[in-house]
Design a protein around this ligand. Structure first.
Ligand SMILES: CC(C)(COP(=O)(O)OP(=O)(O)OC[C@H]1O[C@@H](n2cnc3c(N)ncnc32)[C@H](O)[C@@H]1OP(=O)(O)O)[C@@H](O)C(=O)NCCC(=O)NCCS
Length: 132
């Protein structure tokens, strides 16, 4: 039976599901922070690209919290959703949940708020499409 996860948002399907490899382990036997940050950036970029209807760049990470370690054999689910919309920018909240023990346990491992900017063909900020 899957245990309840505290503070786990229900945001529909994860944007990514991925499994870390042995090469992603640091000296503590946990997964490198940079590895999970990259997965978050990829998932956030997918959501930003859908909203912007085109290319986007990561301009800032407003918040990044490593809550619990990721272990080898965890299955990582990355959830991402729009938190704030600007003229050309989007703040995307990203949360990562590790499923372990063959699905018996779920642990929220990281959370972050990433800012993406929609880009035009000159790689300059482009206004987001209207929501009307
Ligand atoms: C993204 C980039 C084109 C923005 O250029 P810029 O000259 O800073 O653009 P602006 O000052 O007009 O800001 C554009 C938007 O980004 C927001 N922004 C810029 N810097 C920001 C920061 N540090 N934190 C949060 N938002 C920021 C602005 O508030 C603005 O939002 P709005 O239009 O919704 O009001 C430029 O910074 C860039 O190319 N950065 C490198 C991107 C990159 O290589 N990322 C890593 C790989 S994807």
């Amino acid at each position: 039976m899957t245990q309840a996860v505290h503070n786990l948002p229900v945001r529909g399907d994860p944007i990514l599901r991925v499994v870390p490899r042995p090469a992603d382990i640091n000296a503590n036997g946990h997964i490198f922070g940079g590895w999970v940050l990259a997965q978050m950036d990829i998932a956030g970029g997918i959501v930003a690209g859908r909203i912007a209807e085109g290319p986007c760049a990561t301009v800032a990470i407003e918040k990044m919290e490593f809550i619990a370690p990721i272990l080898l054999r965890d299955i990582i689910s990355v959830y991402a959703s729009l938190e704030r919309r600007g003229r050309t920018s989007m703040a995307i909240r990203i949360e990562v949940v590790a499923t372990r023990d063959r699905g018996e346990q779920e642990v929220k491992v990281t959370e972050g708020l990433f800012t993406f900017v929609a880009l035009d063909e000159q790689h300059r900020p482009r206004p987001l499409p209207s929501t009307d």
